[in-house]
Design a protein around this ligand. Sequence first.
Ligand code: SF4
Length: 306
Amino acid sequence: METRLAIEWADAVWDPLAGCTRKSAACRHCYAEGLTAAASQSGQWGHGFAEIGPGGAAWTGKIALLEERLALPLGWESPRRIFVNALSDLFHESLPVETIDLVFAVMALAPRHIFQVLTKRPKVMQPYVADPATPGRIALAMEKIAPGGEATREIGAWPLLNVWLGVTAENQKEADRRIPLLLQTPSAVRWIAAEPLLEPLDLKLGSWLGNPNAGAARLDWVVAGGETGGEAQPCHPDWARSLRDQCAKGGAAFFWRQWGEHVPFAGVEAGSVDAPAKMSWERLGARPASRLLDGLLHEAFPPAGA
Ligand code: SF4
């Protein structure tokens, strides 16, 4: 089953895992928890992973591979950008390394696709990807998934050229914690999701963005958007403008996804990050919300192997 989620920067969503636990402020209105709880009746895919209690949807703490979904991308013939695990976190602390290996094995077996992996747990991701033993384990996992195939003998390149690794950076505290770990992680493309964008972010021009030193790791792509959900806070346009402008100066692709629950009134004058303009928001809900920033769509992607 392919998950039906509207994610503007992906062509498809692949959820080989179910279950998660909350990690940071970005998890406050976790849609995955609600969607999983909504499918938690006996016999449904979400059974055992989340439940609906007196306080609403809640994770149970169980996280596991859904084996029937593991090989789905291998059957998708045309190349797609695939968001991996919209309903979980591939680098959750309680997942066995063998499970992560199986997910990477599928990504290695389908080089026609681009896999967009996003985590709030780069402390697990960094040592996993940097471990010299990881490519060999993944090759063994490829053999389990597609035994005897020519492509299953070894991994051509490591890190995989078709896997983009990213971290969530919803506020400066998490950006400061997670982005340095991401930059220490070997990856063909490094990206962040500043979504929900909860405050202005400094992406350290000259260091995280646009580092002039030859061979230095830097951010290739910034996706950002406002918060959705019942208690969502408005996202100030100046926070979005600042990310757009930092990306332009630092040579990173910028994708503005959506305003979230609250859309700023058109015609509001620009302020600055430190002294935002006085403004108002309309509460429209996520779907009808405009995706324009200062009248323009921002939908840039990085080159495939930036
Ligand atoms: S990491 Fe993602 S899936 Fe897990 S609780 Fe947070 S928002 Fe939800």
